[in-house]
Design a protein around this ligand. Structure first.
Ligand SMILES: *Cc1c(COP(=O)(O)O)cnc(C)c1O
Length: 360
């Protein structure tokens, strides 16, 4: 088997165990004589798959009963519109802009109402998280929006903003299930699963039930109302059935490892190896303020575009794939999501040490 260490930011590495199990079940899912890809989403067998996935996610995150869990399509980007369409009752919302994804969400919201940029870290190429302890929250804001882990820039909110009582909406696409989180601090938590949980095509939305109403902006399509999907328990139309099945397997895999506390420990251990090296290296340098470093996405540079390109090329040849930074920032980025084994991070650091010696 020619598996590489895949540092892609997304779609990204999945646990080998999960892929093997899916392969075993490909032709005949547990004696039903067909693949999960081929079965009716209205069948008893599939109903069991989606219900078990939801129950396992609820138990992993400790999601209380007054929160809905929805498995939707359209990617995280569709949520940039769905959120204002469904939640902007006063047509006002406050956005904290800490990277490209938050910025896109902020721009999309402007189509539907008054979106205020109440804080930003764009002045220093999004290399830090602004102080959000006392922001000018709009008195009539329907919600305050953040992107909790900034996939491209490698920053993470270590402390949630003080929303002064307003509903907090958070895009957790690239830190979903990487550590425990207290869902009750949010009105909405959502994420595309292709970063840390499953194949592209599924977005999971966890939303306080009282926010899900018929009172949405005029013209909101049926498919873009949360109420449609909540009422039908994510089976209003054909859901991304196979993707949800894989997500369910990843939930079981995290449970087996010991849940989110164990996941966090594992992720901290991996990130430490890489950050410790970056801090002592004479060639490579991390690009993010230390306190705000992400456990999942680690951008770094050599300071020379030529050397960066050489590094990306040679690392690929060494079986370390997808280390090129986002096209908007250049340099390198190692995404070390849940399923990246510690051996992968060690192999990366060994390679970086060798490269450093050869290119001094
Ligand atoms: C990848 C990503 C998105 C976009 O996801 P799509 O599913 O491609 O729309 C949005 N937000 C964050 C934080 C991401 O990492």
């Amino acid at each position: 088997m020619g598996r590489v260490y895949n540092f892609s930011a997304g779609p990204a590495v999945l646990p080998e165990e999960v892929l093997r199990e899916a392969a075993d079940e490909m032709m005949d899912y547990r004696g039903c004589g067909m693949s999960v890809m081929e079965m009716s989403h209205r069948s008893k067998v599939y109903d069991d798959i989606i219900k078990t996935a939801e129950a396992d996610l609820r138990s992993l995150l400790g999601i209380p009963d007054d929160y809905e869990v929805m498995f939707l399509q359209g990617g995280a980007s569709q949520q940039f519109a769905m959120i204002p369409m469904n939640l902007m009752k006063n047509k006002v919302a406050d956005y904290i802009v800490t990277g490209q994804w938050a910025k896109k969400a902020y721009q999309e919201a402007q189509i539907y109402g008054k979106a205020n940029k109440i804080a930003s870290s764009e002045d220093k190429t999004f290399s830090y998280i602004p102080d959000c302890s006392d922001l000018p929250i709009s008195p009539d804001a329907d919600y305050v929006y953040i992107c909790e882990n900034n996939t491209i820039y490698g920053t993470k909110f270590k402390k949630l903003p003080n929303t002064k009582g307003k509903t907090l909406v958070s895009d957790v696409s690239s830190c979903f299930l990487s550590e425990p989180m207290d869902v009750t601090k949010y009105g909405v938590v959502y994420g595309g699963v292709q970063k840390n949980i499953g194949p592209a095509g599924v977005v999971i939305v966890i939303m306080k039930k009282e926010l899900i109403t018929e009172d949405v902006l005029p013209g909101t399509p049926t498919m873009l109302k949360y109420k449609t999907h909540a009422d039908a328990q994510s089976l209003y139309n054909t859901p991304p059935a196979y993707g949800i099945y894989i997500c369910g397997k990843v939930f079981k895999w995290i449970q087996k490892i010991g849940g989110l506390e164990a996941m966090k420990k594992h992720n901290e251990e991996k990130a430490k190896i890489l950050y410790d090296f970056l801090d002592e290296s004479s060639l490579f340098k991390g690009t993010v303020v230390k306190e705000d470093r992400s456990l999942m996405n680690v951008p770094f540079v050599t300071g020379s575009e030529e050397l960066d390109a050489k590094f990306v090329k040679e690392s690929k040849a060494a079986g370390l794939e997808n280390l090129k930074g986002h096209r908007s920032v250049g340099g390198m980025r190692a995404s070390i999501y849940n399923a990246m084994p510690i051996e992968g991070v060690k192999a990366l650091v060994e390679f970086m040490k060798k490269f450093e010696t050869e290119n001094k």
